[in-house]
Ligand binder design. Structure first.
Ligand SMILES: Cc1ncc(COP(=O)(O)O)c(C=O)c1O
Length: 454
């Protein structure tokens, strides 16, 4: 940037004789402050006022992996799909949609509407709720295109913080223990307080359904309950349909507000309807609810930030509340991002609205979820063949991108330092980081570390 014309510039390239340069610099600087006046004060955003924030653990892990020169290194931290050669995979159907988009003579770079691309939000709504959803038929859904799933969770959090009728005190947001780390900061950043409900049982490495139901029962009536719709991150443990029914019962009995986060529809089981089962069940049961939907994983559109937020009013709502809700969401959206980015939603919209491309997408989803399921089977069978101490059944019973291995922080550290295998401290591994080239090495490493630390 060009300096303001009145400011004296002292650059190291100024050709003052070296013997006199120090004195000259000091005199010039005095002169400069004389001309400028002594109006400058210390900034208020000091290191004391703005504490150093810790590095995001996941992004720190990725940086450490990149720096590691070992040719054996394995990245099991990354929350993105990789093919069998550990490379990002552009879905073939996304390539096709991209070509269609590029060749569209009508394409331009105008702003999208505040609520996003209409043909995208309506298709996203049908995808998550089911095309024949009673809520869609009754016009009880307000849908907004968002900055991927994160933006959708944020928009929902902001709306609840601002419009929840109980402001004194505001309802607490209950998050599963553990949960996707970003949930904690998204809800606290909008001024809501958070609490945990038990979710993962360390003993069974499955769902602690009794602990969860009893915590939801003991939570103050009218709390906000965040539920992962499928492929729970980080544990890979989902409730069964019967367990979802029990969860719905307690949510209803306590008048809680269920807030669904759905980041893996179709990616979890390869079946779009199955992965949306819990959401559709709650909607059929007539709950007032909301859904944060991400297309990052299931379209491989991570960086394009395509997502949606849906608010669903209950049936027979006596007033036109959904129109009011939509109008307020529009104000929030306008003040935060004005209008959403176009590219990712255009790609998704082309695929979602074309039956042929849609079925090709389902095929791509099966390719991704199928490879992950193969890796689950492969890892479990290798550990069992080695008779690695402990039970490894959970590797195949868990679902989606992640597996909560049960490895301790110490074991995770040894895997990283000795074997160059990277995963989060809580022992979560991304199954997508495994492939036919590294699975034997990873199984050997886990086996060795488990025995070494017994
Ligand atoms: C549970 C959960 N919610 C939301 C997201 C949001 O992801 P994105 O903003 O990339 O769509 C993720 C991504 O990892 C997630 O695991």
């Amino acid at each position: 940037m060009a300096p303001p014309p009145h400011r004296l510039q002292l650059s190291p390239h100024n050709s003052l004789p070296t013997t006199t340069s120090a004195t000259a610099v000091s005199r010039l600087s005095q002169l400069s402050s004389h001309i400028m006046g002594s109006t400058s004060t210390a900034g208020i955003f000091t290191a004391v006022n703005v504490p150093q924030a810790p590095e995001d653990p996941l992004f720190g892990l990725m940086a450490a992996y990149r720096k590691d020169p070992s040719d054996k290194k394995v990245d099991l931290g990354i929350g993105a799909y990789r093919d069998d050669n550990a490379k990002p995979w552009i879905l073939p159907v996304v390539r096709k949609a991209d070509d269609i988009l590029k060749n569209d003579p009508e394409l331009n770079h105008e702003y999208l509407p505040i609520a996003g691309l209409p043909q995208y939000t309506s298709a996203a709504q049908k995808l998550i709720l089911g095309a024949d959803s009673p809520a869609i038929k009754d016009n009880r859904v307000a849908s907004f295109q968002t900055i991927s799933g994160t933006g959708a969770v944020h928009l929902g959090a902001l709306f609840l913080a601002k419009f929840h009728p109980h402001q004194q005190p505001r309802p607490t947001v209950y998050l599963s223990d553990p949960t996707w780390a970003n949930h904690n900061q998204i809800f606290t950043n909008v001024g809501l307080s958070i609490a945990k409900y038990p979710y993962f049982s360390r003993e069974t490495k499955g769902l602690d359904i009794e602990g969860m139901v009893s915590a939801l029962n003991n939570a103050p009536a009218g709390s906000i309950i965040v539920l992962h719709a499928c492929a729970h991150n980080p544990t890979g443990v989902d409730p069964s349909p019967d367990q979802w029914k029990r969860i719905a019962e307690v949510v209803r009995a306590k008048n809680h507000f269920p807030f669904f986060d759905c980041a893996y529809q179709g990616f979890a089981s390869g079946d779009l309807a199955r992965d949306a089962w819990a959401i559709r069940y709650f909607v059929e049961q007539g709950f007032e609810t909301c859904i944060a939907q991400s297309f990052a994983k299931n379209f491989g559109l991570y960086g394009e930030r395509a997502g949606a937020y849906h608010f669903v009013s209950p049936p027979n709502q006596p007033d036109n509340s959904i129109q009011h809700i939509a109008s307020q969401l529009a104000i929030l959206q306008r003040s935060e991002i004005s209008n959403p980015p176009a590219y990712g939603s255009r790609i998704a919209s082309i695929i979602l609205n074309d039956p042929k491309l849609f079925s090709e997408w389902e095929e791509d989803l099966r390719t991704m979820s199928g490879r992950i399921a193969e890796m689950r089977k492969g890892l479990r069978s290798r550990l069992e063949a080695r008779q690695t101490p402990g039970s490894w059944e959970h590797i195949t019973s868990q679902i989606g991108m992640f597996s909560f291995t049960g490895l301790s922080e110490k074991q995770v550290q040894i895997l990283r330092e000795k074997w160059h295998i990277y995963m989060t401290k809580n022992g979560r591994i991304s199954m997508a980081g495994l492939n036919s080239h590294n699975i034997d090495y990873v199984a050997e490493a886990i086996d060795s570390v488990v025995r070494e630390t017994q």
